[in-house]
Design a protein around this ligand. Sequence first.
Ligand code: ZN
Length: 197
Amino acid sequence: MISAIKNTHCIICGEPFDKARASKLYCSKKCRQAAYYHKDKIDAIRKSQSKGISDQIQTFSMKEYKEYNRIRDRLRNYRTLQSHFSDVEEGSPAWDLLYKNPSCALTSERQKIPKQLWDARLPHLSIEQWSFIKSLYPLFNPTNFAELTCSLSSEFMNQIRSIDSAEGKKQHEKFQPIKNKYFHHLNKIVNGEINFI
Ligand SMILES: [Zn+2]
């Protein structure tokens, strides 16, 4: 018997659920509606693609890209600071002093970071790579998007990173669906079908 896969996050906005459930897909009525809305939009794009024309211009926010990098920088700074206290054992009195003291730099830095990202290591993403992942998960807010980027497999990341590398050229015979999709995304940027505002 195959046990049902439990969802931990809303498939539309990436909001984590309090409790993982097998049949739950959306966090709210709003996201359920967004899913229906996107179904229509996806159908429209599919139809226009089969006709060979796509007048759909995608727009990405530079502000959101900067926000991703801001979260990433903040996490790196926090981790650097944390590394200076690496010999402090979790749960020890010294640990309590550091992590429960609001005036401690470590605590105040940590409080600037959403809890779900405390252990996150965000990958470096060029604006092309960032917008590609964003196009797959358009409605994720910055925190949920950041969490998502940590969960992408190394195979996924390798395929989008291999576009410019010599390593990628060597492996061109391999089946790389993500790489193909990303290449399509780059072409759209070049052709002005993708805008950054
Ligand atoms: Zn949601």
